[in-house]
Design a protein around this ligand. Sequence first.
Ligand code: FAD
Length: 323
Amino acid sequence: MQDPAAPQEFEVAIGSAMAAPEAFGASFEATPPVHEFELGEGLEGDPAIAFRRTLGMFATGVTVLTTRAAEQVHGMTANAFMSVSMSPPLVLVSIDRRARMGAMMHEGTRFGVSVLEAKQKGLSDRFAGRISLGVPEPTFAVVHETPLVEGALAHLVARVMRSYWGGDHSLFLGQVEFARYGEGRPLLFHGGRYERLIEDTRVFSLLPSELLDPILALGSERSYHEGESIMRTGEPGDELMLVLEGAVRVRRPGREVTLGVGELIGEIEVLYPDGGRVADVTAEGPVRCLVVSRESLVVALEADPRAAIALVEVLAARFRETV
Ligand code: FAD
């Protein structure tokens, strides 16, 4: 039974996947001729595989596209998602002509885009039709009558404005009606594999106290009043700070944390000050910090090269996690 309240665009027969692109008529021009392409040096064998692998070098996030057909929610994993325009707000998705999802997308159809969080690999597999053991049933929030995967890092609801011929895929241009994002890390896809960002910024905090204490001993105290800015994005990161009293709020796009007594700020920047600060740091109340300048740090490391080696080991171990 069709929901009488459901907008007309949801009243779509699901079984006609191959008919999807043709349903758009004027948006699909005549099929251009097939073009051969040249493979670069060292790339031999099946050109289709080489092409796929080449495209796989483009690292992306992972989304689940969702829509409703009558009472049913349908989801599909897609990484062919891109932002197109800010004004009007437009996004584009590319859907395989064989996918059931494509058959549900018509001009005017609303679709959801859920940007998956690093821990949602299982959901990505699930919505790609792959076996994903032990993954809990997905749950959906409904916004603008459109299902969105709960727990995702960001959500968009868009309405299909135009669609275009895209070879064995169809391109759907959607006007965004709703957008939100939360905090967390994205799931990434690169070279046919899931990847993740390493954002552990601890370096000095992982040193044993016998190596860290002599560095901190060269610091001097500084106080801040409530709401005072301690560090600003883009400033040179030439100081390492230890919170001695109070708490500080660290804000960067998509991420906010509070650091308290005993925690260090600016651990990476002080080793690479030209990169600039990557976050705004503000005092949450009265704050007292121990400040070690980069010059003092260099003096401490020259005095005890064991500390310098220990820092390199910490960074090498972090690098190891990504390769
Ligand atoms: P189906 O294959 O029928 O469904 C997909 C899966 O989702 C099935 O397992 C189904 O059980 C499950 N599912 C659907 N709705 C629900 C629900 N309500 N509750 C629970 N489970 C549900 N293909 C593209 O066309 N474009 C892309 O950009 C793209 N990117 C991809 C990126 C990655 C990382 C991966 C792994 C795959 C990608 N794919 C892409 C492939 C695509 O996800 C699969 O081909 C998918 O199976 C096509 O979905 P479908 O619409 O045909 O539906």
